[in-house]
Design a protein around this ligand. Structure first.
Ligand SMILES: [Fe+2]
Length: 371
C-alpha cells in the first residue's frame, strides 16, 4: 500500500515582502487574491500585475459557472505562474487555472475532459483551515447537480506552498474559528480513515494536539488571544492538510456538502455541525477499534476520561462556535431523505474513507438527530 506523498515544497516566511523578493514576483505571474490583500501588499510595488479577484465574479464558495467566467477572462492574459493568496475558495479555484482549459469546468470535475497541468502554482493560505495548499483536491459547487464535488488529481498540486503568519494576524475571529475547526476535522477524519498510514497519523495527531490545546488557551485567555498563537494554527492546518491529502476525509465532510451547497453555510461551520455526532455514531456502530484510540488521544490532550472525551471536546468547541439545529440554517424536514440520497449518490469518494460503512439509513439517522 502506498504510504505517503507531499508534492509541494513547503516554505515558512515572516513577511509578505520576504516572499515577494525571494520568489521574484513579476508581471508574468497571475495573482489570485482578494482586493484588501492586493491593496496592502502589491499596490506599492510599481509593477503592472495580472490580478483576478474571484469575489468580483460571485460571492461565496466557488461554483463551476464562476470558474468558467474566470477561465474566459484568462484567455486575454499571458501568464506562466499562478500565485494564489487567500482562503479555501481562492486556493481551490487557483488549482484549476494551471490546467488546460476545458469547454466547461464541470467537465474537469466529472473527468469528461483531460486533466493536464500547463502552469506553475504557488499557494499562500490566508486562513488556518483548508490545508488545500498541500492537497491535490479542488472543490466546487456544480450548479446543475446542485452539490459540491471534489476533483482529486496530482496535477492540481502546488509546486510551492508558502506559510506567512503575518497574513493571518488580522483574521476576523469567526473566520479563525470556522477555518481551524475544519482543520481539526481534517486531522480527525483522516486519522480514522482506512487509508491512514503511520506517516499520515503523525501529522493528524500533531495537528489535533496543536489545535485543541490552542482552543483551550483561547477559551482561557479570551477571543483576541488567537492572534498571538496564529502561527501554531497555520502550521497545524498545514499538517492536517498533509494528513487528509494522504488519508482522506469522510462522512463529516460528505454530510456537510448538501447543507453548504444549498444553504451557503461556510464550509468549516457546516462541518462542525456534523463532527461530534458522526464520531459518536461511529462509536455506537463499532465501539471496538480505532475510535478508541482517538478517544484516548482527545482525553490525553484535554485531561478527561476516554469515555467523556467526545462530550468534553464538544464543550470546548461550543465555547468558540455554537451548534445549531439544521433547521436554523433553513433546512427542511423533507430534505433529510433527499440530502441522504444525494450524499450516497455523489460523495462515495469521501464515504469510502469512513471508519464504518454508512448506508442511506445511517445518514438519515444523523440528519434527523441534528435537524
Ligand atoms: Fe474541509
Amino acid at each position: 500500500m502506498k504510504q505517503f506523498l507531499v508534492v509541494p515544497e513547503i516554505h515558512k516566511l515572516n513577511t509578505f515582502d520576504e516572499f515577494y523578493n525571494e520568489f521574484n514576483v513579476n508581471e508574468k505571474d497571475l495573482i489570485l487574491t482578494i482586493e484588501p490583500i492586493f491593496d496592502t501588499y502589491f499596490k506599492n510595488k510599481n509593477k503592472k500585475f495580472n490580478v483576478i479577484f474571484p469575489e468580483k465574479y460571485a460571492l461565496g464558495e466557488p461554483t463551476d459557472e464562476m470558474i468558467d467566467r474566470i477561465f474566459d477572462d484568462l484567455e486575454k492574459i499571458d501568464y506562466n505562474r499562478v500565485i494564489a493568496i487567500g482562503g479555501g475558495s481562492i486556493v481551490d479555484i487557483a488549482k484549476l487555472f494551471v490546467l488546460k482549459k476545458a469547454e466547461r469546468s464541470e467537465q474537469l470535475f466529472l473527468r469528461e475532459a483531460p486533466i493536464v497541468k500547463e502552469k506553475e502554482l504557488i499557494i499562500i493560505p490566508t486562513t488556518c483551515g483548508t490545508g488545500s495548499e498541500v492537497t491535490n483536491i479542488s472543490i466546487a459547487l456544480l450548479t446543475r447537480k446542485n452539490t459540491k464535488m471534489g476533483l482529486a488529481d496530482n496535477a492540481l498540486c502546488a509546486d510551492q506552498t508558502v506559510l506567512i503568519p503575518e497574513l493571518l494576524v488580522k483574521l476576523p475571529y469567526k473566520v479563525f474559528v470556522t477555518s481551524s475547526v475544519d482543520a481539526l476535522i481534517h486531522a480527525a477524519e483522516s486519522y480514522l480513515s482506512p487509508k491512514a498510514s503511520g506517516y499520515s497519523e503523525l501529522f493528524s495527531i500533531k495537528a489535533m494536539e496543536m489545535i485543541i490545546k490552542g482552543y483551550i488557551d483561547v477559551v482561557k485567555n479570551g477571543q483576541e488571544y488567537f492572534r498571538q498563537i496564529i502561527e501554531d494554527f497555520l502550521v497545524a492546518s498545514n499538517y492536517a492538510g498533509i494528513a487528509f491529502g494522504n488519508a482522506g476525509c469522510a462522512a463529516v465532510h460528505a454530510m456537510s456538502y448538501p447543507l453548504g451547497g444549498v444553504y451557503h453555510v461556510p464550509h468549516g461551520e457546516a462541518n462542525y455541525q456534523f463532527f461530534i455526532e458522526v464520531f459518536k455514531y461511529y462509536k455506537k456502530k463499532q465501539p471496538i477499534g480505532k475510535i478508541q484510540e482517538i478517544q484516548k488521544l482527545f482525553a490525553g490532550i484535554i485531561g478527561c476520561s476516554e469515555d467523556s472525551s467526545f462530550d468534553e471536546l464538544e464543550k470546548i468547541l461550543n465555547n468558540l462556535l455554537s451548534l445549531k439545529p439544521l433547521r436554523e440554517y433553513g433546512m427542511k424536514e423533507e430534505e433529510i431523505v433527499g440530502f441522504s440520497e444525494n450524499v450516497i449518490a455523489t460523495q462515495q469518494r469521501l464515504l469510502g474513507n469512513n471508519y464504518v460503512k454508512f448506508e442511506k439509513e445511517d445518514l438519515i439517522n444523523i440528519y434527523s438527530k441534528l435537524y
